[in-house]
Design a protein around this ligand. Structure first.
Ligand SMILES: CC(C)(COP(=O)(O)OP(=O)(O)OC[C@H]1O[C@@H](n2cnc3c(N)ncnc32)[C@H](O)[C@@H]1OP(=O)(O)O)[C@@H](O)C(=O)NCCC(=O)NCCS
Length: 243
């Protein structure tokens, strides 16, 4: 939250109980150039369904203006209703979970460890795929996760991986590079330990389902990618927080 408050504070709102400082709801959104992202949104359970969420959503949508928007939605009935009212289409998301069968892992070549010097072309790739670079979010992600890149100028791509081998953001120009990056992620999962592909896979990214099922992970469905004025990016696996 500190990163988002420091980067685009006008997109961050809280609902406070009258007469006290008690925060009862929040909505964090960010503009990244011409793209709007909803980062997180919630109202205390006992106070849901009373219109607080609507007022928070109105505030962050005013910050969005007429920008295209993207975020990951839970299946909460109040959330999906609120997003539908705001003009978003909801694209079901798939994920995969389980333990990688290491006999399925292909030999992976052409990838390198990423550095801050890669961010320029990564932002250009982001812009081609989702209309805007991640800009300051790349620096933040680099501090917290492993970055793997394909620097081939005709076939660029990158992925951020956590220590369990899960991909938190993956972008590529071609599905073949996307598949290679995802195989590298799964290969990096500690042997015999549970891992997965977070539920960020739209139908437009079926290449990720192919990789996950080939690695003998189990397919699941959870949540939606909410989109306005934007087609589902591909080959692309959005990050829940940085999209
Ligand atoms: C989503 C959330 C922030 C909305 O806040 P809220 O204060 O409940 O929202 P509102 O009272 O303004 O209601 C939003 C709409 O959903 C409806 N709604 C709210 N809770 C509902 C529920 N449990 N079941 C069905 N509809 C519900 C409201 O009637 C309203 O629809 P309407 O305007 O057509 O009448 C809140 O419900 C929440 O925190 N949910 C759990 C966390 C979550 O899923 N956050 C979203 C992350 S993407």
């Amino acid at each position: 939250m500190g990163h988002f408050l420091a980067t685009d504070p006008e997109g961050c709102w809280v609902a406070v109980e009258d007469g006290t400082d008690r925060v009862v709801g929040f909505a964090l959104s960010q503009n990244r150039g011409p793209l709007w992202l909803l980062i997180t949104y919630g109202v205390l359970p006992g106070l849901q369904g009373k219109g607080i969420g609507k007022r928070l959503m109105d505030a962050v949508l005013a910050h969005a203006g007429d920008r295209p928007g993207m975020f990951i939605s839970t299946i909460h009935p109040g959330a999906t209703r609120r997003y539908w009212r705001a003009g978003f289409t909801l694209h079901p998301l798939m994920g995969l979970t389980g333990t990688v069968d290491r006999t399925t892992l292909p030999a992976v070549t052409g990838l390198h460890e990423g550095t801050p010097d890669d961010i320029d072309w990564m932002d250009r790739l982001d812009t081609a795929l989702r209309g805007a670079g991640h800009g300051p979010d790349h620096l933040h992600l680099l501090e917290t996760m492993r970055l793997v890149v394909s620097r081939d100028p005709k076939n660029p791509g990158y992925a951020y991986l956590d220590p369990r081998g899960r991909t938190h953001l993956l972008a590529a120009q071609h599905p073949s590079t996307a598949r290679t990056l995802l195989w590298e992620a799964l290969a990096s999962a500690p042997s015999g330990r549970p891992t997965g592909i977070p539920p960020a896979v739209t139908a437009a990214n079926h290449w990720a389902v192919d990789v996950g099922l080939s690695a003998r992970l189990d397919l699941l469905q959870d949540g939606y990618l909410a989109l306005r004025g934007l087609a589902a990016p591909a080959p692309y696996l959005p990050s829940g927080r940085f999209l």
